[in-house]
Write a protein that binds this ligand. Structure first.
Ligand SMILES: [Zn+2]
Length: 89
């Protein structure tokens, strides 16, 4: 797989960058927490608040518990969590 991001003009940057809604940190669905994919998303996933909410969510949702625990110990790559996120293009 090859991903090419063109950063020659401000317009292309806007098109290249997508925002990801962090469903874990979004409390009010009318005001979703959106984070730019890439570096900002990586940084966001390492924040204390996000990690705490991930832990809280996995406790609250018994249904998702096993999946979440496995994900955390296994692999915390963003790609792994695609099913939990909404992607905007
Ligand atoms: Zn988050």
């Amino acid at each position: 797989m090859l991903i090419v991001i063109v950063r020659n003009s401000p317009v292309s940057v806007l098109h290249a960058r997508r925002k990801i809604i962090c469903s874990v940190c979004t409390v009010n669905k009318d005001q979703p927490l959106m984070i730019e994919e890439g570096r900002e998303w990586d940084a966001h996933q390492k924040t204390r608040i996000h990690k705490r909410l991930v832990g809280k969510a996995s406790r609250d949702l018994v249904d998702k518990e096993h999946r979440a625990v496995r994900k955390q110990s296994d692999n915390s790559e963003a790609e792994d969590n695609v099913d939990d996120m909404l992607l905007f293009s």
